[in-house]
Design a protein around this ligand. Structure first.
Ligand code: ADP
Length: 486
């Protein structure tokens, strides 16, 4: 199933929102109800107290004493009436803004707010009216919450004592329905449910959009991973985000970049290996063909002239020497390229090595009347392998002699961390210069001997010593090899 994360996120968000709404709604409703009842209570309590107070005052000023069961108003024992009290009682419901009763200690209804419903019974009073009345006759203001048979609604009843001559003569009960509170609560509940539904719809939309911001880059990264799995390393995620997902995408892009590099490197190495095999076959075949041809000629007795036979032997010797040199160079190179092959590092003086190299090359130089210009410079301490460094300089100096004309000069200098070997020879063209350090690379020149491996070996030795080796050259003017010791 697609977009599982989006679905999960939406569900989690909705469930969290719903739980939150139910808890908050519940707390809100109960607090609202409690608060509304409390303020309603306070309201009817203050009304009750004020009315009871007025009634007490009216009675205390009256000369009329209405005994128990006396008169059509049925005023209780000890309740005295003053002129005006009748009209006050008649309008009690209006004054109290609710149903108001006056009862005696035995729960006999003495009068009602309209003085009309004299036939009210005890059962018309709230269920716990007796407790309220008992409390009132103890001098307390008392409350009752419950269902009113009379109003057919949940109601609040407040009882306040009516006093006359310091004695409690009656209980004023104000009976008010909580109908409006329930309506308010119901309206509040409806608004709450509506808000929850709207919030849920919004949360579904928002969480879906939010989920897409996660799933879209994840999809792209999955596609990238599939491409990488197929060996297509040029693909990128194209995700630019400044967060953890962006970091992951950048890491995957880096991985793809590295894999691409590794793949190109592998292809290059494969090509090199193929070139190597074809080159080595070629390099070996030529001398072997010459050797075989000469040996066959000698063996068949085609060549009989002793002078010619000697020439053949000389050629055989030269070819086998060339073969030996080629095999030795190959071995040397493979050894140097093997990273496990350690070279001996010791404290040495470069100036000494250069003197040694010049001595070795002097014979060859003399044969072509080439002057080696090396002034023994200041000692240059360096850590390296004496034999290998000597071999490196000698390869370059041998080449300088080999590719220089007679009666020319070669300059060997050592200064400011650099060794320079400069000749006045045939030079190297611009297009050939970048390849001279490659294996078997040889510029086609008039039959100069060589394997094309010398500079490759020199470069390997330089690499193992962290020396930068490069060349500058101008065709027919000369070449300069620079060894930068850093
Ligand atoms: P080779 O055995 O052919 O000398 P190298 O690897 O030593 O092989 O050199 C590679 C090629 O670089 C040579 O074939 C030659 O064309 C060119 N080369 C090297 N040194 C010089 C130089 N001092 N002057 C001109 N060409 C040079």
């Amino acid at each position: 199933m697609k977009n599982k994360i989006a679905l999960k996120l939406t569900l989690y968000f909705s469930a969290a929102l719903l739980t939150f709404s139910i808890i908050i709604g519940g707390i809100f409703m109960s607090l609202f109800k409690k608060n509304a009842i409390e303020s309603h209570k306070k309201d009817i309590e203050s009304r009750g107290l004020a009315i009871a107070h007025t009634l007490s005052q009216l009675m205390d000023g009256s000369s009329l004493n209405v005994g128990k069961g006396m008169g059509s108003m049925g005023m209780g024992r000890g309740m005295h009436m003053q002129a005006g009290i009748g009209s006050y009682i008649r309008n009690l419901n209006t004054i109290a803004m609710a149903d108001a009763w006056i009862v005696d200690e035995d729960l006999n209804i003495l009068t009602t707010g309209t003085m009309a419903h004299m036939d009210y019974q005890y059962t018309d009073l709230p269920a716990d009216a007796d407790i309220v009345v008992k409390d009132v006759f103890k001098g307390r203001t008392s409350f009752s919450e419950g269902f009113s048979q009379l109003l057919d609604l949940p109601a609040l009843t407040v009882g306040t004592p009516i006093e006359s001559g310091g004695e409690i003569v009656g209980a004023l009960l104000i009976h008010s329905p909580v109908k409006n509170i329930d309506t308010a609560i119901n309206n509040g509940f409806k608004i709450l449910v509506f808000s929850i539904v709207v919030a849920l719809i919004l949360s579904v939309i928002l969480s879906w959009l939010l989920a897409l911001t996660f799933t879209e880059p994840l999809k792209k990264m999955k596609e990238l991973a599939v491409h990488l799995g197929k060996g297509e390393y040029k693909v990128k995620s194209k995700i630019k985000q400044n967060d953890e997902i962006g970091d992951l995408a950048a890491t995957m892009d880096l991985l793809s970049e590295r894999l691409n590099q590794a793949s190109m490197e592998r292809e290059k190495r494969n090509k090199e290996r193929q070139d190597f095999i074809s080159n080595i076959s070629h390099e070996l075949r030529t001398p072997v063909t010459v050797l075989r041809g000469s040996l066959e000629a000698l063996n068949d007795g085609v060549i009989k002239d002793p002078k010619q036979v000697k020439e053949y032997y000389e050629q055989l010797l030269n070819e086998s020497k060339g073969l030996e040199r080629l095999v030795n160079d190959l071995l040397e190179l493979s050894r140097l390229q093997n990273t496990d092959f350690t070279i001996e590092m010791e404290e040495l003086n470069l100036s000494e090595i250069l003197s040694d190299v010049c001595r070795s090359a002097s014979n060859m130089a003399r044969m072509k009347n080439i002057k080696l210009n090396y002034s023994n410079g200041a000692p240059f301490p360096f850590e390296g392998d004496y034999g290998r460094l000597r071999q490196m300089f000698l390869i370059v100096l041998d080449n300088a002699i080999k590719y220089s004309g007679e009666n020319s000069n070669i300059y060997i200098s050592l200064n400011s961390n650099k060794v320079i070997i400069k000749d006045e020879g045939i030079g190297i063209s611009e297009e050939n210069l970048p390849y001279i350090f490659d294996r078997y690379y040889r510029v086609e020149t008039e039959s100069k001997t060589g394997t094309g491996l010398g500079l490759t070996i020199a470069k390997q030795i330089a690499l193992r010593h962290n020396i930068k080796l490069y060349a500058k050259s101008q065709l027919n003017k000369g070449t300069e090899f620079i060894f930068d010791f850093g």
